[in-house]
Design a protein around this ligand. Structure first.
Ligand SMILES: Nc1ncnc2c1ncn2[C@@H]1O[C@H](COP(=O)(O)OP(=O)(O)OP(=O)(O)O)[C@@H](O)[C@H]1O
Ligand SMILES: [Mg+2]
Length: 260
C-alpha cells in the first residue's frame, strides 16, 4: 500500500484537530496500518496528549528536521521518533517549532521543507497524519504541500463562519500553486452534543453548505468527558474508554477514511 499523508487542519482554535489526529491514527493502527503522527504545533498538544508531558525537554523534534531540510545538512529523518504503546509513531514538537517559523519562511522552496523531511520515511508507513496548529502560517502550508489530503474538523459548538472559507481558499491556492494532488479528505463534525440544538444546526448547516462540493463524514464525533480525560492520561480513547461512544465514532471514521 502506498502511504497516504493527511493534514488535519482548521485555523480556528479548539475544533478537536489534535484529538482527531490522535484517535484516527490509533484507530488505523489498531486494524493493522502503520501510522506516523506528526505534531506540527509548537504548543506540542499532540505530544502531551500521547503522554510526553514536557515536550520542551525533548532534544530532537520536527523543528530539528525542518532545520536540517533548510540547511541541506545530513539528517536521520527518523531521529527523535517516539513510539507509543498503542502502536503509533510520533514525531513530537515543542516551542522550538515557533522559532523555526521565520527560518522556514526565509528558505528557498519554503513550502516544501516538511515534504523534504517526510519523503525518505514515508515508505515505512501506510498513513502519515499531521496535526496542524490553528493558523494558516507557513508550517500548516508545509503540511498541505506535503499532504495527499486535508481533513477538516469543525466544532458543533459554533456555526462555522468565515473560517472555513479561508481554509478552503488556502487549500485551493496550495493545489494551484504547489501541490496539484491535494484533495479534501472530508469535513468532520466534532464536539457534538445531541441535547444541544445548536449542535444539530451546525451539522445541518455544514452538510447543506459543503456537502455537495466536499465529503462531509457520516461519522460525527460526540462530546464526552472521557475524551478530555484520555488526553490528560496520555492515551487514546481506545485505551481509556474502549467501550465509549467516542472510541466507536473514531473506528467508524477510520473505516470511512480507509474507503476513501
Ligand atoms: N470528543 C470530545 N469530547 C469532549 N472534549 C473533547 C473531545 N475532543 C476534544 N476535546 C477537548 O476539547 C479541547 C479542544 O480539543 P483539541 O485540543 O483536540 O482541539 P484543537 O483543534 O487541536 O485545538 P487547537 O486549535 O488549540 O490546536 C481539548 O480540551 C480536548 O481535550
Ligand atoms: Mg491542537
Amino acid at each position: 500500500m502506498t502511504c497516504r499523508t493527511i493534514a488535519v487542519a482548521n485555523q480556528k482554535g479548539g475544533t478537536a484537530k489534535t484529538a482527531t489526529a490522535l484517535s484516527l491514527g490509533v484507530a488505523l493502527a489498531r486494524t493493522g496500518d502503520r501510522v506516523l503522527l506528526v505534531d506540527a504545533d509548537p504548543q506540542g498538544d499532540l505530544t502531551k496528549s500521547l503522554g510526553w508531558r514536557d515536550p520542551d525537554s525533548l532534544e530532537t523534534t520536527l523543528a530539528t528536521h525542518l532545520s536540517a531540510a533548510i540547511e541541506g545538512s545530513d539528517d536521520d529523518p527518523a531521529a527523535g521518533m517516539l513510539r507509543h504503546r498503542e502502536g503509533v509513531d510520533l514525531m513530537p514538537s515543542n516551542i522550538e517549532l515557533a522559532a523555526m517559523e521565520m527560518a522556514v519562511f526565509m528558505a528557498m522552496s519554503r513550502e516544501r521543507m516538511m515534504g523534504a523531511w517526510l519523503a525518505p520515511i514515508k515508505s515505512d508507513y501506510d498513513y502519515v497524519i499531521v496535526d496542524c496548529a490553528p493558523t494558516l502560517g507557513i508550517i500548516p502550508i508545509n503540511a498541505l504541500a506535503a499532504a495527499d489530503s486535508v481533513l477538516i474538523p469543525v466544532s458543533a459548538e459554533y456555526l462555522p463562519a468565515s473560517g472555513m472559507t479561508g481554509l478552503l481558499k488556502t487549500v485551493a491556492r496550495v493545489r494551484r500553486q504547489i501541490n496539484p494532488g491535494l484533495s479534501v479528505e472530508g469535513i468532520l463534525v466534532t464536539l457534538y452534543d445531541s441535547r444541544n440544538n445548536l449542535a444539530r444546526d451546525v451539522e445541518r448547516t455544514v452538510r447543506g453548505q459543503y456537502g455537495k462540493a466536499y465529503r462531509v463524514f457520516e461519522t460525527v464525533v460526540p462530546r464526552a468527558v472521557s475524551a478530555a480525560e484520555a488526553a490528560a492520561a496520555g492515551e487514546s480513547v481506545f485505551a481509556y474508554d474502549p467501550e465509549g461512544k467516542v472510541a466507536a465514532s473514531f473506528s467508524r471514521l477510520a473505516e470511512e477514511v480507509r474507503r476513501g
